[in-house]
Ligand binder design. Structure first.
Ligand code: 6PG
Length: 256
């Protein structure tokens, strides 16, 4: 794997603010080059602080919201209104009016959740891949959407997206996306829908957000051991177009 950029911030808020600045930079470059910004966001606990940072007036004014389309690298196979949905933090932090009453800078039609009301995972996956094609998102010859920026969080088990250790989605030649059975080793234990790891290599840029002491062991395995991709799928983000945003607590076990 080739080296990504690694930045160590003071804490999780520093990670969120640095991530917001990188989202703005990626959006500005994408809109300048192609007139549109396709962001693929993630789930877990990091996006909410990022979304809040993006709505701060100084940052919100820099963001090309009208040209931004938001997709999801994975989701839990639950209704959008379910607090476990990866759309819930975005609905709460980006699509609602801000505390001072300012309207959302995004229009709801710019947000593209996985169709979790579908009858089953294959139907949901097929519909989402079709929606990406219909939206004009460019694709690789292998069929992966080329997002301008893919955000990922890093699980304590070394997963990213919903590609858990041992997942067939971590293997060479995996399908572009698939349903994932409910994991039993990590919460929430609900079925998922996820792109496979190829969506990272296909992206113009990747941003991995991993603050907090709880990530220190996983990051040490990802960055310092020869463990294989199937055992630590987030190693797939050790690529030149990736930036890893850590904090001093999560970087604790990494070499200086
Ligand atoms: C999800 C995410 C998942 C998440 C990691 C890290 O559906 O939960 O896609 O990959 O990003 O589990 O989550 P935290 O940042 O909350 O630890």
């Amino acid at each position: 794997m080739s080296a990504p950029t690694v930045r160590v911030l003071g804490d999780a808020q520093g990670v969120a603010e640095a991530a917001a600045d990188q989202v703005i930079a990626a959006a500005t470059a994408a809109v300048a080059a192609r007139g549109i910004f396709h962001l693929c966001t993630t789930g877990g606990s990091t996006p909410a602080a990022l979304y809040r940072a993006l709505r701060e007036p100084s940052r919100a004014a820099q963001m090309p919201w009208r040209e931004t389309q938001i997709w999801f690298g994975d989701d839990r196979f639950v209704p959008r209104a379910d607090p476990l949905s990866n759309v819930a933090p975005l609905d709460a932090q980006l699509l609602t009016a801000s505390p001072n009453g300012a309207a959302s800078p995004l229009v709801a039609s710019a947000v593209h959740p996985w169709p979790t009301t579908a009858a089953d995972a294959p139907t949901a996956v097929g519909a989402y891949l079709e929606e990406l094609r219909a939206a004009g998102v460019p694709h690789t010859p292998a069929g992966f959407p080329i997002f301008d920026l893919v955000l990922i969080g890093i699980g304590g088990d070394g997963h990213c997206l919903s590609v858990f250790p041992g997942s067939p989605l971590a293997l060479e030649g995996a399908s572009v996306a698939a349903g994932v059975p409910a994991p039993t080793h990590i919460e929430p234990q609900v079925p998922r829908l996820s792109f496979s790891l190829g969506v990272l290599a296909s992206a113009r840029a990747v941003l991995a957000l991993a603050p907090g002491a709880g990530k220190a062991d996983a990051l040490a395995r990802i960055f310092t051991t020869a463990t294989v991709l199937a055992d630590a799928p987030a190693k797939a983000a050790l690529i030149p177009q990736a930036t890893w945003l850590l904090d001093t607590a999560s970087a604790e076990k990494l070499p200086a």
